[in-house]
Design a protein around this ligand. Structure first.
Ligand code: SF4
Length: 114
């Protein structure tokens, strides 16, 4: 069973390795993309975040682990997926679609037990 700590850390099934320091070059400031200006994935192929193989998922996850806007990315992915049902795909905020679904389910259950 996937625990919420595993889901939040993005380590459920795919282990994420830490990458040294956030990638925050000053040249990304002011590009008009808001938090996306700071996204660690900006210089990589988007397809990596939709890899079907474990190695690709681990690489994407490791890049996410060092991303300075991981929480913003995850919040936006969850919000979009809440509005558009059954659309979870790819890795966002360091979590795969099934990990985000598990996080969403755990959050709902926690709300119900309050
Ligand atoms: S957390 Fe989001 S913005 Fe950051 S590298 Fe991962 S997919 Fe890109």
């Amino acid at each position: 069973m996937v625990g919420s700590a595993d889901v939040m850390s993005g380590t459920a099934d795919v282990e994420c390795g830490a990458v040294d320091g956030p990638d925050t070059p000053s040249t990304r400031r002011g590009n008009g993309l808001g938090w996306r200006d700071w996204a660690a994935c900006r210089d990589h192929s988007p397809g990596l975040w939709f890899s079907s193989d474990r190695a690709g998922q681990q690489l994407a996850c490791s890049i996410c682990a060092a991303c300075p806007v991981r929480s913003e990315c995850l919040a936006e992915a969850l919000a979009i997926e809440d509005r558009i049902k059954n659309t979870s795909a790819g890795i966002f905020g360091g979590l795969r679609a099934k990990d985000r679904d598990a996080l969403r389910k755990a959050s709902r259950q926690a709300t119900l037990t309050r």
